[in-house]
Design a protein around this ligand. Structure first.
Ligand code: FDA
Length: 308
């Protein structure tokens, strides 16, 4: 219930306007967000790669309201990819992209706008020597996002997909995405969803996660296991071994600021460990979803609001 309330808050514009003007301390935002500018993001990624980790960069922003904003976000990604290439780390850092930020819901032509913009970003990623993964948003966007993914993959087959285990449909979606070369990030899912489409019970979400993991690990694609759960990480290691996958045949992914010790430990064990690195000024919705995932973060957030 508290989680659903927080997720609703992440979308409430009035609350967002007030919260972003409060004296938030840098330490709270910095824990999860890699700064507001491209050079700050590149510096964070450079440190990650120096530590033997991989990255996937997300320029924060969703629900883009007009074509100009969609073009500006696209341009930001193209610039970020060029900056990563110039820093010599684009082979270890890719980008994650929300289609809503590049126009998916701009009227009847929204999907075409998002596809055209995504193509530009995929082309820039190819030139930089890296890849793009399409983030997954709430369930009303799943069919549209998977449709755009299919079109993008015709020209950019290495474009990654995200599947959310909390959706009842996800095991079937995983089966559709197990072909050779198909990069699929499996996560639990972070949006407030109705019971008609998503499992309300955490235990059922984890069981679904394991079923999806099996489909992906025994398939021919490249599974990207995005979770902080020690139990699911152990299950993934076990299934990967049974499926005959070596450490280079799949990867783990975690969010910046969440279980950093576990991140370095898994990398130290020889696993490919990729960190999701958000940056930009529009950090509010992203942070509120992190609060919803872990109530202890709410304390951190509130302390940050009052602690100058
Ligand atoms: P769970 O929430 O059960 O966490 C397991 C343990 O990890 C907790 O007990 C705690 O110790 C720790 N932990 C988890 N969250 C924490 C936090 N915020 N702060 C501190 N500790 C925490 N979702 C989505 O809907 N669409 C998407 O495209 C993506 N993309 C994405 C990319 C990557 C790389 C990751 C890691 C995650 C996503 N997600 C996402 C978010 C995902 O759906 C999910 O909400 C979070 O990963 C939390 O779920 P866990 O599987 O980590 O389990």
């Amino acid at each position: 219930m508290a989680n659903q309330f927080l997720i609703m808050l992440s979308r409430a514009k009035g609350v967002r306007d007030i919260a972003t003007r409060l004296p938030m301390t840098r330490s709270v935002v910095d824990r999860f967000v890699a700064g507001e500018t491209t050079p700050q993001m590149v510096e964070v990624c450079r440190r990650l790669t120096d530590d033997g980790l991989l990255g996937t960069v997300d320029y924060l922003g969703e629900d883009t309201a007009d074509l100009g904003q969609a073009a500006a976000v696209t341009w930001e990604y193209v610039g970020a990819l060029a900056a990563l290439a110039e820093a010599g780390i684009a082979d270890r850092v890719e980008v994650s992209l929300k289609l809503s930020a590049i126009g998916q819901f701009l009227g009847r032509d929204g999907e075409k706008v998002a596809l055209d913009n995504a193509r530009q970003i995929c082309q820039a990623a190819r030139e930089a020597g890296t890849t793009v993964t399409l983030d997954m948003e709430d369930h009303t966007t799943t069919d549209s996002t998977l449709g755009i993914l299919r079109e993008l993959r015709a020209d950019f087959p290495d474009t990654g997909a995200v599947i959310q285990a909390y959706l009842r449909r996800s095991e079937a979606d995983c089966r559709d995405l197990t072909h050779a070369g198909s990069r699929v990030r499996l996560c639990k899912g972070a949006y407030a969803e109705p019971e008609s489409v998503a499992y309300p019970d955490e235990r059922d979400v984890e069981l679904s996660y394991v079923r999806c993991l099996k489909v992906l690990m025994y398939g021919e694609g490249y599974p990207m296991v995005a979770t902080h759960s020690p139990r699911l990480i152990a299950v993934a290691q076990d299934i990967a071994q049974r499926a005959g996958r070596g450490n280079d045949d799949f990867e783990f992914q975690m969010l910046r600021g969440v279980r950093p010790n576990a991140q370095t430990k898994l990398a130290g064990l020889g696993h490919r460990m990729r960190i999701y690195v958000p940056y930009g000024t529009d950090w509010y919705g992203y942070l509120v979803r992190r609060m919803a995932e872990k109530p202890a973060n709410l304390g951190l957030f509130v302390r940050g609001l009052v602690d100058r």
